[in-house]
Write a protein that binds this ligand. Structure first.
Ligand SMILES: NC(=O)c1ccc[n+]([C@@H]2O[C@H](COP(=O)([O-])OP(=O)(O)OC[C@H]3O[C@@H](n4cnc5c(N)ncnc54)[C@H](O)[C@@H]3O)[C@@H](O)[C@H]2O)c1
Length: 285
């Protein structure tokens, strides 16, 4: 086990002997320990490099190919945890759980309807990347909440996507249709910047954007188009890189900019007067 705090000379000596190199994730790895051309030149015995978790975003795959070094990842290892986390975000955002928690801690006697949320039932989820995590999210969305599941994954056929309970669509179609857009693609040259201002602007104003993948989008200047944003720790470097003046500096992982009210659209006739007797017009829209 190599330690970042160890003297670099010791680590380079170990690297020079190693046949395998198992790297940690992008958020933990430090320079100069990214497996790139420079490192490989100092590790002549390396036969294989493996990344922790899914994707190869920490590994210079081209440099490994040129050096004849095998590359592998551990895709799927924690897919259940990430998929459930994405579902947790969908529920927490829709039900305004974190917002109401914060508000209740700050202020007594909150307006009861101020934090009314929406339901997931029957909504449309758009999944970018229908692999281990995206596939599980599809299963949960369909099974738990009878959602329509759209998927953009150029590496899966229509039949493979249908087998996971989703409809294959292009990204251009998925974006405006999704009530929840959740990213589960790896960070690659194709996916980095895939979600930008133009894409966010085409989302429904009431839609939620959830990203549990690794910095798959450039969002520094794109925040104004968001309805709601949920980010995991994997996306935290974005916050760190954002300049002092950036709106990102003022964000917490969940940012309410707009809201929708399912209950207003539902035609449920009350059989008795509303218990609190408050007028609907007092609810913020
Ligand atoms: N937040 C976390 O803790 C955490 C943990 C594990 C993985 N992840 C991220 O989630 C991603 C997905 O993990 P996984 O286990 O499901 O990986 P996976 O390899 O099983 O699935 C990735 C899917 O993305 C698809 N894909 C590739 N390029 C695409 C593109 N250009 N557009 C759309 N889809 C594309 C692939 O075809 C594949 O189906 C990882 O690459 C990683 O970045 C995050």
């Amino acid at each position: 086990m190599l330690k970042f705090k160890a003297p670099q000379a010791d680590t380079w000596a170990a690297m020079g002997q190693a046949h395998g190199y198992h790297v940690c994730s992008r958020v933990e790895l430090e320079e100069p320990w990214f497996p790139d051309g420079k490192l490989l030149a100092k590790a002549p015995n390396l036969l294989a490099v493996c990344s922790l978790g899914a994707g190869y975003d920490v590994i210079d795959v081209d440099a490994c190919n040129q050096a004849g070094i095998l590359v592998c990842n551990q895709s799927g290892g924690n897919s259940e945890a990430v998929a459930e986390h994405a579902m947790g975000f969908m529920l927490a955002l829709s039900k305004k759980i974190m917002l109401s928690d914060r508000a209740m801690r700050k202020q007594a006697n909150l307006e009861r309807f101020l934090y009314t949320g929406n339901d997931l039932l029957g909504k449309t989820v758009g999944i970018i990347g229908l692999g281990n995590i995206g596939g599980r999210v599809a299963e949960l969305c369909k099974g738990l909440f009878r959602m329509t599941v759209l998927a953009y994954d150029p590496y899966l056929t229509k039949e493979q996507i249908a087998a996971k309970g989703a409809q294959k669509v292009e990204l251009d179609e998925l974006i405006p249709r999704a009530d929840y857009l959740t990213m589960h693609s790896p960070r690659t040259k194709e996916t980095f910047g895939m979600m930008g201002y133009d894409q966010f602007a085409r989302m429904k104003p009431t839609a939620y954007f959830i990203n549990t993948s690794r910095e798959g989008f450039k969002l520094a200047h794109d925040i104004s188009a968001y309805s709601l944003v949920a980010l995991t720790r994997a996306a935290l470097p974005l916050f760190e890189k954002a300049g002092q003046g950036s709106v990102l500096r003022h964000l917490t992982p969940v940012v309410p900019l707009r809201q929708s009210k399912d209950h207003r659209r539902r035609r449920v006739k009350p059989t008795a007067p509303a218990p609190c007797g408050r007028s609907r017009s007092r609810r913020p829209g």
